[in-house]
Design a protein around this ligand. Structure first.
Ligand SMILES: O=P(O)(O)O[C@@H]1C[C@H](O)[C@@H](CO)O1
Length: 292
């Protein structure tokens, strides 16, 4: 059915990885950042870096996707201790959904309170343009409809409860703050708030699928983030997630356009600086929230 088993890495495996990392660095991160496709430049913003190749971290999966460097970077951003995944894992790489989300549990065990996730996504909302940023206010979890949820399997109470709510997945205060920060930075014209729909990938969507998702209420489509959000919320971390609209989903049978990963990476490069500024300003401003 789904790759590997439905039992993920154990609490002890996660603890061993977290302890190994904590023994290698003095940084005690309060904010965890996940970089989407082509958005790994965010990690370069961290000062006093201590970086680990995923291949050197016990129990960590390896990045296999172009645009995901495969480095876990500790450092400070505006003086705040952070950890940043320069490269995430996706279901289509063949990892179990529990392995895809393992780093989020590691974040928790490192002491992270707030998770900032970024991704590249296709725009389904006709008002969205390539290069726009969408703050995620909610999601539609299509793999979850079919039972592929990262919390499947025995519940690990040391992380969280069996049946966590998801109606409050995206922290309202952080969303408000992100909107305010975006407007202050002059991003008002290309900043939206919307619903992200996750699919398994790696094939891009058909026209009928894009039309269906838009009818269901999705504004953007992608292949990540939602699994990480579920795991982060299960273990009580606050979440802010944003999509860079790297391409317009093809919704029309007359269109000659075809979604492709090259366009995704190119748009990431074009908007890298603005995204970095938004994330840096957010980290600067969420200090008080870490005490909640
Ligand atoms: O890691 P993200 O969600 O940013 O990556 C998106 C989804 C696919 O991995 C890839 C398609 O171009 O970009």
């Amino acid at each position: 059915m789904f790759p590997e088993s439905t039992t993920g890495p154990s609490f002890e495996d996660c603890s061993a990885t977290a302890e190994w990392l904590l023994s290698q660095t003095d940084i005690r991160p309060l904010v965890g950042i996940v970089c989407g496709s082509g958005l790994g430049g965010l990690a370069e913003m961290l000062k006093d870096q201590k970086a680990f190749k995923y291949s050197n971290i016990p129990n960590f999966p390896q990045s296999t996707v172009h645009g995901h460097a495969g480095m876990l970077v500790f450092g400070t951003l505006k003086g705040k201790p952070c950890v940043c995944m320069q490269g995430r894992f996706h279901l289509y790489e063949g990892y179990s959904i529990q392995k895809v989300t393992l780093p989020i549990r590691i974040f928790k065990l490192l002491g992270v309170k707030t998770v900032l996730l970024t991704n590249a996504a296709g725009g389904l909302n006709p008002d969205y343009k390539v290069g726009d940023i969408m703050l995620i206010k909610d999601h539609i979890n299509i793999p979850g409809f079919a039972g592929n949820n990262p919390l499947t399997g025995p519940n690990e109470e040391r992380f969280g409860i069996r049946f966590p709510s998801m109606s409050d997945a995206y922290d309202k205060e952080l969303l408000q703050l992100a909107k305010a920060v975006g407007v202050e930075l002059g991003y008002g014209d290309f900043l939206h708030e919307g619903v992200y729909c996750v699919l398994g990938g790696p094939s891009f969507e058909t026209i009928a699928e894009c039309r269906m998702m838009h009818k269901l209420g999705a504004d953007a489509v992608g292949m990540s983030t939602v699994h990480e959000v579920i795991v982060a919320r299960h273990c009580g971390m606050r979440v802010l997630a944003l999509s860079l609209i790297t391409n317009q989903a093809v919704m029309n049978y007359d269109s000659q356009k075809k979604a492709n990963h090259e366009e995704v990476l190119e748009t990431g490069q074009l908007r890298a600086e603005q995204l970095e500024r938004l994330v840096t300003s957010m980290v600067d401003r969420i200090e008080d929230h870490n005490n909640v």
